[in-house]
Design a protein around this ligand. Sequence first.
Ligand SMILES: Cc1cc2nc3c(=O)[nH]c(=O)nc-3n(C[C@H](O)[C@H](O)[C@H](O)COP(=O)(O)OP(=O)(O)OC[C@H]3O[C@@H](n4cnc5c(N)ncnc54)[C@H](O)[C@@H]3O)c2cc1C
Length: 219
Amino acid sequence: MTHTCDVAIVGGGIGGLTLATSLAQQSMSVQVFEQDSQLREIGAGIAIGGNATRLLHRLGVDLSPVANVPPALELRRWKDGGLLWSHPIGEWYRHEVGAAFLMLHRATLQRFLAAAVPPDCIRLSRRLAGLSDESAGVRLHFADGEDVVARVVAGVDGVNSTVRRYVCGDVAPAHSGESGSAASSRSGSRGTCPIRLHSISGADPARTLSATGSTGANW
Ligand SMILES: Cc1cc2nc3c(=O)[nH]c(=O)nc-3n(C[C@H](O)[C@H](O)[C@H](O)COP(=O)(O)OP(=O)(O)OC[C@H]3O[C@@H](n4cnc5c(N)ncnc54)[C@H](O)[C@@H]3O)c2cc1C
């Protein structure tokens, strides 16, 4: 049996859920297809800049009860915690940018986004296997054998995207060599690093970071 919808969103991560919320609020017929049997985020904290919190606020996703507003972003030397760089956040940032800089746990963000999507729009355990063109739009072939035909397909299915293969061919993602922290043009910005948990304002640091000890945290 073949179902139809206006917009098929492949991937129920924070990108797919945000897009679904936005389109559903424009009264579009939208379906999110997520391969996992439940919506879950792997990871610890996520920082969301004002460009994103402004849009989330417009979508009615109020993260203020569950997020922290850090007073500053600080880059510290891993060896001794010496301050290398600091930038004010808090009220200064909110005033300058016109929206808050927030930090919260990824799973919490995903839970809030999922709650904003009309529940009948989310289809779990639907793994996209491939796509093909047809006159009415694009046919999505799912691993469970059930097809969907959509007028528009949004590929929000992560770094190993199946949708990207359909658009770009079998091209593996390549590292640009330019991403990472401000401290180094070739470094990644993540890992276990010393973080002063007491410098986080607002509430329980565990909301934002999964602490690994008194001086370390995974972010
Ligand atoms: C260590 C780390 C730290 C980061 N920190 C920040 C930060 O502080 N702030 C920030 O803004 N960004 C941060 N990012 C980037 C941010 O996490 C990503 O941009 C974001 O999670 C991407 O979300 P997404 O929904 O597009 O993709 P994903 O989170 O990858 O979700 C893709 C979804 O698609 C599903 N899927 C995949 N294939 C299929 C298929 N064939 N069929 C159906 N479903 C499928 C997956 O199961 C998954 O649920 C960080 C990234 C990393 C790796």
